[in-house]
Design a protein around this ligand. Structure first.
Ligand code: SF4
Length: 219
């Protein structure tokens, strides 16, 4: 079966049975393979690329759905794409993205190996303002579906806006960082956004402590 036929086969099964594939032979079992996850998430991404559920759809250049390992243990969630990410259609590019890459490398991971990157909302906001509650709510089902497909061991929210959005609680970043939370039964750790670390390098030590905790949790 070539890759086109394989994707067609998987798409038909997803439409019929949802995200689980069932094979009849050699024995009856269900399997969630890497290939299946890749296909399911890619198909889902294609299905939302023209989204206009909120006003932000009219001003974006590219939707920034997410990127990385679709079978990742670690799901990183930022706030919203910035202008550069809007141009590229990829999350965490530019200086903040490079710093995030360094942090991930320091804990033995990379954005293509065991990490998936996305954000609370998938389109850029005007002048990089914080997302509105209505925008977060409109986009929420996309993040939920990404988590359902990827099934990460842990979610890391970068920054206060992402942490508050996921927890639906008005807490300070200090309170958000102070403990593990849960998002739909998946452990959630909140830490600094890399842009904040670029603006105030003295905070890097605290962020490093957070990521060491994340590393130990995954391992
Ligand atoms: S922010 Fe989310 S809900 Fe709004 S248009 Fe973009 S993808 Fe759709």
């Amino acid at each position: 079966m070539n890759i086109v036929d394989k994707n067609k086969f998987i798409k038909q099964h997803i439409e019929l049975y949802g995200n689980e594939l069932f094979f009849d032979s050699p024995s009856h079992f269900s399997i969630k393979s890497d290939l299946l996850n890749n296909s399911v998430l890619s198909i889902f991404e294609s299905s939302v690329e023209d989204c206009m559920k909120c006003e932000l759809g009219t001003s974006r250049k590219k939707i920034v759905f997410g990127s990385g390992d679709k079978n990742a243990d670690l799901l990183i969630v930022g706030e919203a794409p910035n202008e550069y990410e809007d141009e590229k259609g990829r999350p965490f590019v530019g200086k903040a993205g490079k710093l995030l890459d360094k942090i991930l490398k320091a804990i033995g991971l990379s954005r293509i190996d065991n990490v998936y990157l996305t954000s609370v909302i998938k389109c850029k906001t005007p002048r990089n303002r914080d997302p509105l509650l209505s925008e977060i709510n409109n986009c929420h089902s996309y993040l939920l579906k990404q988590i359902e497909i990827i099934k990460p061991k842990i979610i890391v929210a970068l920054g206060k806006v992402a942490g508050k959005s996921l927890l639906n609680k008005d807490l300070s970043l200090k309170e958000l960082r102070s403990q593990f939370y849960e998002f739909n039964s998946t452990p959630l750790k909140v830490t600094y956004h890399p842009q904040t670390l670029l603006n105030d390098p003295a905070l890097k030590k605290n962020a490093w402590e957070d990521f060491q905790v994340v590393r130990d949790f995954i391992n």
